[in-house]
Design a protein around this ligand. Structure first.
Ligand code: S3P
Length: 446
């Protein structure tokens, strides 16, 4: 793949009215649930990024007829819970942890064997967190030593039994994997999590007419349960804009003087809005307008204007609700006056990169006082502007985009190397950022 560099010129006031692409988590699930439902599911606002396309291709590989995507429109001809076909070759999950972990749950319930492979970054990520509960359900799964991809799922001749699983970590992917396998299991499957994580799987299953009962226990634990052996009914899904993509624009506007930006139709699922709560605690001026609901998911327009930010101690309860936004929140902390402390976020170490180490290195490279800790980071912000530097993204789209935003307040040019990965979640990132006032050149090198 050609190397893509982002060359960021400092300065710029962020202004305008934009819409960012569709939510990645909801896009994945729309294909998965559409494929195993009965009837034809139509999707609008589908994210045409490499990760969601990996999910789409996997279901095509399993014989599902899918039309699109065409400008965010997809039509899925569902084959029912038992209609998937054995793929002819290993299915390539690319860079996508969500595709891999959620699919593993569905594949464990199929009466065929298959294999999942991925790129260099995904092939290092932990899969034991899903193979452990699936093994408890009776699935036969082989991984590489160390519990990584490639993963062979030997569904042929196996039956799954329901489990009552207590997740060792707050992970929507693990919860979703268990629930999706639970569709194929005999009895009632429950997934209990230590803190609430994104609940798109539960909402969408309910939307497809498949009952999931979610309860909030004391001490902030949550529990979602379903009975195996039912069926899903096809429907229409309108995918809201991705709050995780909107976050780069929120921070860009929050840290550059004179900014005034509206981001339309952003998903406001309460299990995803930690970034707004954290930015508000730091003093950001954010107002939600035009709040309404689309297909079981709340949405609103996010209006953000520049206001000086202060460092804070980030409440640990907000960590799972902002888990993908920390790279860019660290950039906000670098601009804020005073100290920002993040703790309880060790999950960041097993994302597309080790986001604690990689962001601490990147911020230090531009001269910011950022100290990594085992489960977070301490940033002493507002002391000096980012300096010129060349940054490595470490195969991680959110590092590429976060450090681009860091370039906004830099003293001179910031270069980010290895940015083709931005295509996984936000193919139009550079053009949209330039439209609202940034100056980014995307340069392809042979
Ligand atoms: C996701 C869950 C989160 C998140 C990822 C998408 C999902 O991962 O980081 O980008 O769609 O379920 P974990 O479950 O590993 O926290």
């Amino acid at each position: 793949m050609a190397n893509v560099k982002f060359i960021v010129q400092p300065g710029g006031r962020i202004h305008g009215r934009i819409r960012v692409p569709g939510d990645k988590s909801i896009s994945h699930r729309s294909i998965m649930l559409g494929a195993i439902s009965e009837g034809t599911t139509t999707v609008t606002g589908f994210l045409e990024g490499a990760d969601a396309l990996a999910t789409l291709q996997a279901f095509k590989d399993m014989g599902v007829q899918i039309e699109g995507p065409d400008k965010g429109n997809v039509t899925i001809h569902g084959v029912g819970l038992r209609g998937l076909k054995k793929p002819e070759k290993p299915m390539d999950m690319g860079n996508s942890g969500t595709s891999t972990r959620l699919l593993a749950g569905i594949l464990a319930g199929q009466d065929f064997d298959c294999e999942l492979v991925g790129d260099a970054s995904l092939s290092k990520r932990p899969m034991k967190r899903v193979t452990d509960p699936l093994a408890m359900m009776g699935a036969k799964i082989e991984t590489a030593e160390g519990g990584t991809l490639p993963m062979k799922i030997c569904g042929h001749g196996q039956t799954l039994k329901a489990i009552d699983y207590v997740l060792p970590m707050a992970s929507a992917q693990v919860k979703s994997c268990v629930l999706l396998a639970g569709l194929y299991a005999q009895g009632k499957t429950c997934a209990e999590e230590p803190a609430p994580t994104r609940d798109h799987t539960e909402r969408m299953l309910n939307g497809f007419g498949y009952e999931v009962v979610s309860t909030r226990l004391d001490n902030s634990r949550t529990r979602a349960c379903l009975q195996g052996g039912g069926s899903l009914k096809a429907r229409h899904i309108d995918v809201p804009s991705d709050i995780s993509s909107a976050a780069f624009f929120m921070v860009a506007a929050a840290v550059s003087e004179g900014s005034d930006l509206v981001i339309e139709h952003v998903g406001m699922n309460p299990t995803r809005t930690g970034v707004i709560d954290i930015l508000k605690l730091m003093g950001a001026n954010i107002v939600l307008e035009n709040a309404h609901e689309v297909g079981g998911e709340p949405v609103a327009d996010v209006h953000i204007r520049y206001a000086p930010l202060q460092g804070i101690e980030i409440p640990e309860s907000l960590v799972p609700l902002a888990i993908d936004e920390f790279p860019v929140l660290f950039v906000a902390a670098a601009s804020a006056t005073g100290q920002t402390v993040l703790s309880g976020a060790e999950e960041l170490r097993v994302k597309e990169s080790d986001r604690i180490q990689v962001m601490a290195d990147a911020l230090q490279a531009v001269g910011i006082d950022a100290v990594p800790t085992p489960d977070g980071m301490v940033i002493n912000g507002g002391q000096q502007s980012p300096q010129a530097a060349e940054i490595q993204s470490h195969h991680d789209h959110r590092i590429s985009m976060a450090m681009t935003v860091a370039g906004l307040n830099a003293v001179s040019e910031v270069v980010i190397d290895d940015c083709a990965n931005v295509n996984t979640s936000f193919p139009t990132f550079v053009s949209l950022m330039n439209e609202v006032g940034m100056q980014i050149e995307s340069k392809q090198e042979a």
